[in-house]
Design a protein around this ligand. Sequence first.
Ligand code: HEC
Length: 113
Amino acid sequence: MRYMGMIAAVAASLLVSITGACAASAEKGRVAFREKGCWQCHGYEGQGGANGLTLARTQLPLEAVDVFVRNTDGPMPPFSKKMLSDEDLADIYAFLSAQPVPADPKTIPLLAH
Ligand code: HEC
């Protein structure tokens, strides 16, 4: 019985360290999104703007975003791994995915006529 507890504790700590190493951070992503200039076209919150699509709550998987961001040859400049590390991109993805759904304008008293 004693051993079972120990095994469970070791397994739990392993799980924490593995997920900890891979966990992308939305907070770091918010910083990277600004530092790398994504906001200039996509808006500070990834809400979209005159020059870029809405990225907040993207339905694309991270792999698709990665392929697009690194290889696009359209109006958006491509970002190599040198300019934007895999870690930064994963953090940016976490930041965009974590964006809250905006409130329905009808529920905002100031906008009611
Ligand atoms: C110079 C303006 C500009 C900058 C800077 C920029 N983008 Fe874009 N981005 C665009 C435009 C325009 C599109 C639409 C391009 C197209 O359809 O080919 C786009 C499309 C995308 C898409 C595809 C979205 C979809 O749903 O198809 C992703 C993901 C994306 N951008 C991420 C980023 C990230 C991450 C950064 C910063 C590292 C960034 N962009 C910086 C202009 C920009």
